[in-house]
Design a protein around this ligand. Structure first.
Ligand code: G3I
Ligand code: 9MR
Length: 548
């Protein structure tokens, strides 16, 4: 089968399809309705993709710019899924990807007016949360009751984790900070729609308010997570309520991710002082208090305490968290001491993920470069961003599949690696306008929307061959056949850590094919807020930048 982004492209986008090596080199893009040939050309030479064991050819039909609905065909291969070419190609996808955060809100009933068939009762109010033995302090002994409502459920499970919330919330805030007009216009059908704040900020605030309650006011430290002892069953949120909820041990990563995210939010909320009086200042103060806690406690690794088996997010290397928090505090407070504390010369740029956030520091420094104080090394900022993008573009150019993804990128949550690669490529494009970076970023979105070895669109609700059975408790337990839309699933990788829980065998051990569209498969088919956030960022960025 011919593989292509099943949603489609903006008219001026780089447009590529993947053909099996057995197909004829002569390729046609046909009008999906009339069958008329809209583009005819030749595929490139066959090349092997080690990650999937396939030999494939690329067809570049970028020259087709006329809006319409199309399919691709070539003798010797099944035609592609249909796709569109149009301005604003990702507007619906972007809205849905952001709406997914609303669907994952804790502590609120989703009413039919906003959630449609996915309306549900409230679960996990989290107004009666116990301080776990692992988090006991003099001011808050074991069993102390705190209130820590709101926030998003992390993923397919119903716990709330600070480390993962940091990068997720930041990525939404960055999308708004970089593309304010795009989001100012957007109406997303959430309860807050129509108030004086853009919907994306209202959504981010739902989680930021929860995060604020995860800070111990007595010392500035931040609890690693709010959790049950065990994962809930595959039931709706309101059916899961009842088991005790805990805040567990504070940690250095939690404190620093919190500090970075709050510092970012504080500068954005400055413009909304009238709507949310005092919030911006409160956020900056909270960020600085968490930073100070981390300076005094620079190496507190979080590990699940006895009896607690939920997600760990147990990072043990904190250089990147220190750098990210310092960068955001520098930008938001204007204090040069934070720039020095970042030790920028020693900080490289990498593709961000929950355990490695140094790339986020460079994103923010690059975006704010024109207003930074004289201590900032402008050349270094540009070099870091361009250096990473250049490396990704080199892989992309050499790739049989035409993607920056390769070998070690196939981890738990590989689809988000593809999108975070795109997000970093887009930073370089915004900085220096090199067209290759935009095109390589496009490839990452193409990959998750169907130009991948499984042939699936990995976003629920989008694409002709969309995934249907995510590991997502509401999608499993509600009475609606279709999963909750707008979620990116984790994606293929060879780990297969859920083998013991999945009866259906994986189709392949190869990384790019090691994927099960089955709700048993938490290792390849779960959803997660940190995977959806770059989908929001990249779809918005390509809608804006790809239209120019
Ligand atoms: O740290 C090692 C590294 O040293 C080694 O080189 C590498 C080789 O594979 O593995 C690294 O550990 C991986 C770890 O993530 C850190 O990246 C593990 O193999 C991998 O299994 C682990 O996956 C995490 C998974 O939880 C299991 O802990 C995912 O990144 C993380 O996204 C996922 O998050 C879960 C939450 O725990 C619970 N909620 C759902 C969420 C999504 O599935
Ligand atoms: O549902 C849980 C998911 O959110 C986690 O990512 C995953 C790995 O920690 O664990 C899932 O819970 C499973 C548990 O680990 C093993 N027994 C079956 C649980 C539900 O499928």
């Amino acid at each position: 089968e011919i593989r292509v982004n099943q949603l489609g492209f903006l008219p001026q986008a780089h447009k590529v399809a993947v053909l099996p090596a057995g197909a004829a080199g002569e390729v046609e893009v046909i009008d999906a309705a009339s069958g008329a040939v809209a583009w005819r050309g030749r595929a490139g030479p066959a090349a092997a993709w080690r990650e999937s064991g396939e030999t494939v050819m690329l067809a570049d039909f970028s020259a087709l710019t006329r809006p319409g609905a199309y399919r691709i065909r070539a003798a010797g291969a099944a035609p592609s899924a249909p796709f569109g070419v149009r301005a604003g190609a990702y507007a619906d996808l972007n809205r849905a990807a952001l709406k997914a955060f609303y669907f994952n809100r804790a502590g609120i009933a989703l009413d039919p007016a906003h959630a449609g068939v996915y309306a549900r009762a409230a679960g996990h109010p989290d107004t009666h949360v116990l301080v776990h033995a692992s988090a006991a302090s003099k001011a808050r002994p074991e069993g102390t009751v705190i209130s820590s409502p709101k926030g998003w459920y992390d993923a397919g499970d119903y716990n709330k984790y600070i480390v993962n919330s940091g990068i997720s919330t930041y990525t939404l805030l960055a999308a708004f900070e970089h593309f304010p007009d795009y989001f100012a216009r957007q109406r997303n059908g959430i309860p807050e729609s129509g108030n004086a704040l853009p919907d994306i900020l209202d959504e981010a605030l739902w989680n930021l308010e929860w995060m604020l309650s995860m800070q111990d006011p007595n010392d500035g430290g931040v609890y690693n997570k709010l959790t049950n002892q065990n994962f809930d069953g595959m039931v709706m949120p309101d059916k899961a309520s009842g088991t005790p909820r805990y805040v567990v041990q504070k940690g250095t990563a939690a404190a620093l991710d919190f500090a970075a995210t709050m510092a970012t939010a504080s500068r954005i909320m400055k413009a909304y002082e009238q709507q949310r009086p005092g919030l911006s200042a409160r956020m900056l103060a909270a960020a600085e208090a968490a930073w100070e806690w981390a300076r005094v406690n620079p190496a507190v690794v979080f590990r699940n305490p006895p009896g607690v088996v939920t997600g760990e997010y147990g990072d043990a290397v904190f250089d990147d968290e220190f750098a990210w928090a310092a960068a955001e505090l520098y930008i938001s407070s204007g204090k040069d001491s934070y720039y020095a504390a970042m030790k920028p010369a020693a900080v490289t740029a990498t593709v961000p993920e929950w355990a490695d956030v140094r790339g986020l520091a460079w994103i923010s420094l690059a975006h704010h470069r024109k207003s930074l104080s004289a201590v900032a090394d402008q050349r270094l900022i540009a070099e870091r961003i361009d250096g990473l993008a250049a490396a990704l573009a080199t892989t992309w150019r050499a790739s049989a599949y035409g993607v920056p993804m390769q070998g070690t990128d196939f981890v738990w949550g590989s689809n988000a690696v593809a999108l975070n690669q795109s997000m970093m490529l887009l930073q370089a494009y915004r900085l220096n306008g090199k067209r290759d970076y935009l095109d390589a970023a496009q490839a990452g979105l193409d990959y998750v929307l169907g130009r991948n070895a499984t042939g699936n669109s990995f976003v629920t609700g989008f694409g002709a061959r969309r995934v249907l059975h995510p590991h997502h408790r509401p999608s499993v337990a509600d009475q609606v056949a279709a999963p909750v839309p707008g979620f990116l699933v984790g994606g293929p990788h060879a780990g297969q850590q859920d083998k013991g829980d999945c009866k259906a065998p994986y189709p392949s051990a190869l990384p790019a094919l090691s994927y099960l569209d089955d709700d048993c498969s938490y290792a390849s088919n779960e959803v997660a807020i940190n995977w959806n956030a770059p989908l929001v960022y990249v779809s918005a960025a390509l809608d804006v930048l790809g239209g120019a």
